[in-house]
Design a protein around this ligand. Structure first.
Ligand code: F6R
Length: 608
């Protein structure tokens, strides 16, 4: 989704910092890009449709000589209006003296646009953002901060804005409401960006702006105030991962790197959180709310996309290990249903990015009912991490590829650990908890064994590379993994796939089965193995090709992806999912697709 970068520092560094910052935000997904830089007395602007290399080309064709110390840049993921140069950011005031970039959505832009049009102001784009630029222009009388503060009084929606004025060279304003904004505090330079990946190669010192705050930057000096102009206190925080974590490290894609680094990522998710002697789980992030956990009478797990599928798996874990009714709810649906929640409900929001607008809106709605809201979030300092009462970080390092992989593995595991935590105060037996925790400690090693079979899984995937449709079937704990497996292959290889409970097959889906529709069957040994075998027979009886994911070769299947057994029904699906990730990656690679940035997708969906 859209991303912003803004820089204040040395004039030689403005353009390279903006471009490299944009490149590090590329993973968010975008379809046009642009920069605005102070040059002499003017602000020079270049924009291009397509990738950042097109923008670099536009700059090479018509160079910008940066003589000032500030610049702003943007990648746009089209929402209001097509991906065109006119719609690309930065956008300007009517006199082209003020320029800004925006991430978010202005809900009342039509209304403001009509008012401005009545004043004779002409618009060049169809975007909501241009309205903000034009509005600031009408309010400007020499102090950009004052004009921005006045303009935002009229805005409804979500925005992270970076604004510059040619009349105030060297000054940069950032404002934030319900869209992410982080400020890097470097050596004699400041960088404002949508996330830390755009900043990390320059500094690890950051400030996370809160909603309703403005930063006024002049050189390397800055002041942060609330929208009421009262000074806001902020500590400078240290980012705990480095640039290496944000590079491909020799892999052909971030996706493959993120799949392959899961043993270490999962070690990091578990580290220090298991107390085996007490058969207990310890989450430092939940200590402040432990008294409230004693009164919980209902659990709601919230997420969307991959984070919803891990929530579905978590629902099964909580219902298996506790007596507290638990339900997974898809975040965009939450606000529009009566969820029967109250002050004894524990809402656990799952989000890799911590910025998903649907999930944020659902948390806010739930909080109005007095629930205890906690998060399972990967991005430190993100909105969901801040608006929840408490929470647990995944600690898996940045997930850069648009399609989520290691986040699912970590989220599922952390949910299992939450269920053990709650279960232990609600009748879960010491021995059962201890044995589960021992199995959890084995998970990184078992995942590593699946990864060793990358080539074998790839060879099977190549046989099915040309399939137009696929069915993924699983039962019980493997059902959410069937859903996630189908989502993964849809996203990165554009193969239509359906995930379903194997028990659903004969209630409709079997009508589709013939020799052209391969079925991926999650058939590792578990309590429902016999039933799964019967389902595979049903597919074979209709000549459907079957790829089984099993602990040993299945003669009934056309192909078997053999995965190691972890010896536990709750954990095995997490292992199986790693094989499905490699399968999806292998199909996408064989098709020569852009694995890290699939068409039409954005990493962090910051609009509802
Ligand atoms: C799937 C995927 C998306 C995200 C969804 C939620 O591979 O990337 O479905 O899972 O947009 O994102 P987060 O977890 O950041 O809230």
């Amino acid at each position: 989704m859209c991303g912003i970068v803004a820089y204040s520092g040395s004039s030689d560094e403005v353009l390279p910092t903006l471009i490299s910052g944009l490149k590090r935000l590329e993973y968010r997904g975008y379809d046009s890009a642009g920069v605005a830089i102070q040059s002499g007395k003017k602000i020079e602007v270049r924009k291009a449709v397509g990738k950042i290399v097109e923008l670099e080309q536009a700059i090479a064709t018509k160079p910008i000589h940066s003589s000032g110390s500030v610049g702003i840049a943007h990648i746009r993921w089209a929402t209001h209006g097509l991906a065109t140069v006119h719609n690309a950011h930065p956008h300007s005031s009517a006199d082209r003296r003020i320029w800004l970039v925006h991430n978010g959505i202005i809900e009342n832009y039509q209304e403001i646009r009509s008012q401005l049009e009545k004043q004779g102001i002409k618009f060049e784009s169809e975007t909501d953002t241009e309205v903000v630029a034009k509005l600031i222009g009408t309010l400007y009388s020499g102090d950009i901060r004052a004009a921005v503060l006045q303009a935002i009084k009229q805005l409804k929606g979500a925005y992270a804005l970076a604004v510059v004025s040619q009349d105030e060279p060297g000054r940069l304003i950032g404002v934030k409401l319900a869209s992410p904004m982080v400020v890097g505090v470097g050596h004699d330079e400041m960088i404002i960006a949508s996330d830390v990946s755009a900043i990390i190669d320059r500094t690890k010192k950051v400030i996370y702006l809160e909603d309703g705050e403005l930063i006024d930057v002049r050189g390397s000096d800055y002041e942060i105030v609330g929208f009421d102009e009262q000074p806001a206190e902020h500590k400078v925080e240290q980012i705990d991962w480095d640039l290496e974590a944000a590079t491909k490290q020799g892999f052909d894609s971030f996706l493959l790197k993120e799949i392959m680094e899961q043993p270490r990522a999962i070690e990091d998710s578990i580290r220090g959180r298991i107390v085996l002697d007490d058969a207990m789980v310890k989450f430092g992030g939940l200590i402040d709310v432990r008294d409230r956990l004693k009164d919980i009478d209902q659990v709601v797990l919230l997420g969307i996309g991959t984070s919803y599928y891990s929530a579905k798996l978590g629902e099964l874990y909580f219902n298996a290990l506790t007596d507290i009714p638990t339900v997974a709810v898809m975040a965009p649906e939450f606000r529009y249903n009566k969820n029967n929640i109250g002050k004894n409900t524990w809402l656990i929001a799952l989000s890799q990015s911590g910025e998903t607008a649907d999930t944020i809106a659902a948390i806010e709605e739930a909080k109005r009912h007095g629930v205890l809201a906690t998060g399972i979030v990967n991005v430190v300092g993100s909105t969901i991490a801040r608006i929840t009462d408490a929470g647990v970080y995944n600690h898996i390092g940045p997930e850069i590829s648009v399609a989520s992989t290691k986040a699912f593995t970590s989220q599922s595991l952390i949910l299992l650990m939450h269920a053990i935590l709650l279960g232990r105060s609600d009748g879960l037996d010491f021995g059962q908890a201890k044995s589960l925790l021992q199995k959890i400690s084995q998970l990184p090693g078992t995942i590593a064994k699946v990864l060793e079979q990358c080539d074998e899984i790839g060879a099977i995937a190549h046989k099915y590379e040309k399939a137009h449709n696929l069915l993924y079937i699983g039962r019980q704990y493997n059902y959410p993994v069937a859903l996630e497996g189908a989502l993964k292959i849809k996203e990165i290889s554009y193969t239509h796939a359906e995930g379903l409970s194997a028990g659903e097959l004969k209630h409709g889906f079997i009508a589709l089965v013939d020799e052209h529709l391969p079925t991926i069957a999650l058939a590792t040994a578990d309590a429902l193995s016999d039933k799964m075998m019967a389902n595979i027979e049903e597919v074979k009886a209709r000549k459907g090709p079957v790829v089984a994911v099993a602990n040993e070769k299945l003669s009934i299947a056309d192909d078997t992806i053999v995965v190691p057994s972890i010896g536990n029904d709750l954990l095995q699906p997490i292992v199986n999912n790693i094989a499905l990730q490699i399968f999806a990656y292998s199909v996408a690679r064989a098709r020569g697709l852009n694995i890290d940035q699939p068409r039409n997708l954005a990493k962090s969906v910051t609009v509802e």
